[in-house]
Design a protein around this ligand. Structure first.
Ligand SMILES: Nc1nc2c(c(=O)[nH]1)N[C@H]1C(S)=C(S)[C@@H](COP(=O)(O)OP(=O)(O)OC[C@H]3O[C@@H](n4cnc5c(=O)[nH]c(N)nc54)[C@H](O)[C@@H]3O)O[C@H]1N2
Ligand SMILES: Nc1nc2c(c(=O)[nH]1)N[C@H]1C(S)=C(S)[C@@H](COP(=O)(O)OP(=O)(O)OC[C@H]3O[C@@H](n4cnc5c(=O)[nH]c(N)nc54)[C@H](O)[C@@H]3O)O[C@H]1N2
Ligand code: SF4
Ligand SMILES: [Mo]
Length: 704
């Protein structure tokens, strides 16, 4: 008998559901009806190209983690005590529905606040909660935490959230990776950029305050101070105009006020930009000349550099470069941030958009602490929030101003239901915890933010324990609280099919059979050769900020350094960046052993000279603080930052920190212009070395 070797597990198509621009096409090994094996990137997908990150390759570790929530839980001790008892799904759903009805009776429907985010990016399981909210006139959810600085900043110039085909990076001669740590946060960007280098000798420029894994690969790393990208962009454009790199014919045809911009930039010299960014003048000149003389120059604009109070202005300023040189005209040239505009979804059925009552208030996601502690700036004349249903997000870790967030969730008169895969710190504050499926255990529909494919991920294995999908919870609650909408009667699959057809895409069966659909519009459209998306077809050097947000007052007319960041002062001499950690995804994967082992412990990276001046040693303790609170963590001496800049990779749970207070203790929840958001990398702090007494040393273990 010939030895055929071990039987290879079957591989099935799926889609990574995590909140990552890459939305990778996956091939998942199914070992049996309940178990997955290894996860691979699909080599046939032109964007994924067989490459995925390590943490999803070992997804079995997360799906089959012993700590997965398996049954519904009811709180049996004080709030946050972690004492729960198991109950049935019927009991749990009845309890949640009763609490919502009670809140509604006492204070009106707006006392209930459904709260969710992008723990899964599937359109049905993520956004279906809006159908319940609209049908019941519950308080609205103003999603701000991630994109509200970046998107308005990009749209301000182009008029639309789209750009050059991200696969064109491979055909570029200069890829500028601006404010995204792509090697950690969206690995596929690196794949396409390094292809350009290998195949065409392209240069890679990285603009980032620290020498992260992406910067390590760069030909030129501009290691600027956080929140100063507007100054850099202006300094560069000054050179482009001065040294003959500006395409005046292109600007005359495609832009609004090129002459005014040129005059404005006269005083924004490289020396002026150097003083603000902390970069050497020569580096600014080198970058400007490289960018200016390269026709196929691709700006890959990330989120990271927009997480400052001037982030929207900085995003717009960066996007102006391609309009000055006319790089948009060339294949492999132009700019890309996100493809949100190309999908033209009809989400009526998923979100119940046909029953929206515009008089219902919207409460700001990023200001959850203020909302729950009764801040009148948020609640207006409306009722307090006394009941919450939370899906796909972990605000007790990820939201700014954690001390206030904690106070809010600790309120005894607040009922909280958290539907989760794990007992997160948010779930720990809940009255009822419901176990949720992962993407391998339910059906959903996905779009790529960083590319142009839509895909379906099908249920591949049976739910772990009694876990149920989000859609199930929403339907069951709708029935119990008397919400009606045709979407509640449909299965997830039927919602996917309805949505695809209503949006003009292939139906569910066709899409699933073909694995994905390429939604890429043609070159003229994505490069704006038939005009930018403004009435006159012109790119805006002078944006109308009030068109992209309600808080536009005081924003600069033209690209500039806008001085609204938390600048370093004598009292708060350091600028803290809380960039994403490679082995975590926001707060997800902070439970998987391999990720924890690789990230080790909450750490702050500090320049050796700064550390020396403060008496901080490698591996020693540092306390960071500002008026919002303080955190204690370990220090790592690192010369890949400017002096005065410190970096702590995130988002570790609060409990992983020595004193139980995590990095977002320090982040501000003030609402930046023009449209809110969270300035996660714009934090002025003081730093102190702290000696570890024996008691503290004992407390310094890494959580399991
Ligand atoms: N491994 C991993 N992957 C992730 C995530 C994660 O947490 N971990 N999060 C996911 C989510 S939700 C999102 S939105 C995306 C975000 O992905 P990105 O677009 O990469 O944005 P960030 O991750 O916030 O930005 C990271 C980089 O921005 C830099 N930065 C901070 N301030 C400035 C500045 O003022 N100027 C410049 N030029 N750079 C600055 C930081 O130093 C850091 O290197 O990533 C997703 N992917
Ligand atoms: N300091 C600092 N803080 C940050 C950031 C930063 O860079 N620095 N980044 C910010 C950004 S960009 C973002 S987007 C936020 C994101 O913050 P979160 O929204 O909290 O992010 P995730 O960890 O992606 O997802 C949260 C939870 O969703 C759960 N989940 C996943 N799939 C499902 C599902 O199908 N059903 C249910 N019910 N639950 C599910 C996961 O188990 C996870 O606990 O964090 C922000 N916070
Ligand atoms: S790179 Fe992003 S989309 Fe791809 S597998 Fe990793 S987390 Fe998922
Ligand atoms: Mo995000």
């Amino acid at each position: 008998m010939p030895d055929t070797g071990p039987v290879k597990p079957e591989r099935h198509h799926s889609v990574c559901p995590h909140d990552c621009p890459s939305t990778c096409a996956l091939a998942v090994e199914r070992l049996d009806a309940r178990t997955i094996g290894r996860v691979y990137g699909d080599p046939d997908n032109a964007y994924t190209a067989g490459v995925i990150c390590a943490k999803v390759a070992r997804y079995a570790e997360r799906t089959h983690h012993p700590d997965r929530l398996k049954v519904p839980l009811r709180r049996s001790g004080p709030k946050g005590s972690g004492r729960f008892e198991a109950i049935s799904w019927e009991q749990a759903l009845d309890t949640v529905a009763e609490a919502c009805l009670r809140a509604e009776q006492k204070h009106g429907s707006q006392a209930v606040w459904p709260y969710f985010y992008a723990g899964t990016m599937g359109l049905v399981q993520r956004d279906g909660i809006n159908r319940l909210r609209h049908a019941k006139k519950y308080s609205g959810f103003f999603q701000t935490i991630c994109v509200n600085l970046a998107w308005p900043g990009f749209i301000a110039g182009t008029g639309a959230l789209r750009g050059s085909d991200p696969r064109e990076m491979a055909e570029s001669d200069l890829v500028v990776i601006w404010g995204t740590n792509a090697a950690a946060t969206q690995v596929n960007v690196m794949h396409h950029a390094t292809r350009a280098r290998k195949e065409r000798g392209a240069k890679i420029v990285v603009i980032d305050p620290y020498r992260n894994a992406t910067a390590e690969t760069a030909d030129l790393h501009l290691m600027l101070r956080p929140g100063t990208d507007g100054a850099l962009a202006c300094g560069v454009m000054h050179v482009l105009f001065k040294e003959g790199f500006a395409d005046r014919a292109y600007m005359a045809r495609y832009t609004d006020v090129p002459d005014e911009l040129e005059r404005h930039l006269e005083s924004r010299t490289p020396a002026w930009a150097a003083a603000i960014t902390g970069l050497p003048v020569q580096e600014i000149l080198d970058f400007a000349r490289l960018y200016g003389r390269t026709k196929r120059s691709f700006l890959r604009l990330g989120y990271g550099f927009t997480r400052s109070r001037n982030g929207a202005v900085n995003m717009h300023a960066a996007s102006c470069l391609a309009a000055v040189t006319g790089a948009w005209q060339h294949r492999g040239g132009g700019a890309f941030h996100n493809n949100g505009a190309i999908y033209h979804w009809n989400k009526t059925m998923i979100e119940g958009l046909d029953v929206v009552d515009p008089s219902i208030r919207l409460l700001d996601q990023s200001r959850v602490g203020a909302v729950l502690t009764g801040d009148r700036r948020d609640l207006g004349d409306g009722p307090p929030v006394t009941a919450m249903l939370i899906q796909n997000t972990n605000p007790m870790v990820v939201c700014p101003d954690q001390n206030v967030v904690r106070a809010g969730f600790s309120r005894e008169d607040l009922f909280t239901c958290v539907h989760e895969q794990f007992l997160t710190e948010t779930a720990l504050m809940a009255d009822i915890v419901l176990p949720a499926t992962t993407f391998l255990e339910h059906d959903d529909l996905y779009q790529g933010g960083g590319h142009q494919y839509i895909q379906i991920g099908r249920k591949l294995i049976e739910p772990v324990g009694e876990a149920r999908e989000n859609h199930y919870v929403i339907r069951e609650l709708a029935r119990r609280v008397g919400a009606s909408h045709p979407g509640f009667a449909m299965t997830a699959w039927e919602l996917i099919d309805w949505t695809l057809k209503a949006s003009g895409w292939p139906d569910a069966a066709t899409l699933a059979a073909g694995k994905w659909h390429d939604c890429q519009p043609d070159f003229e459209h994505t490069h704006y050769l038939n005009g930018f998306k403004h009435p006159d077809g012109k790119f805006r050097f002078a944006p109308n900020w009030s068109r992209v947000g309600k808080q536009a007052a005081g924003m600069p007319r033209l690209p500039d350094h806008w001085e609204v960041i938390e600048t370093a002062t004598d009292e708060h001499p350091f600028r803290l960046v809380t960039a994403p950690a490679r082995n975590y995804l926001n707060s997800s994967f902070t439970e998987t052993p391999t990720s924890i082992a690789r990230e080790a412990r909450p750490t702050v990276m500090i320049h050796p000279e700064d550390a020396g001046a403060l008496g901080i040693v490698e591996g020693g303790l540092a306390r960071l603080g500002n008026r919002r609170g303080s955190v204690l963590l370990h220090a790592r001496l690192f010369d890949g930052v400017q002096r005065g800049v410190i970096v702590s990779e995130s988002v570790w749970p609060n409990r992983a920190f020595i004193e139980g207070k995590g990095i977002n203790t320090l982040t501000g929840a003030d609402s930046p212009s023009p449209n809110g958001g969270a300035a996660f990398h714009d934090i002025a702090v003081w730093v102190r070395g702290e000696n570890a007494p024996a008691a503290r040393a004992a407390a310094e273990q890494i959580p399991a």
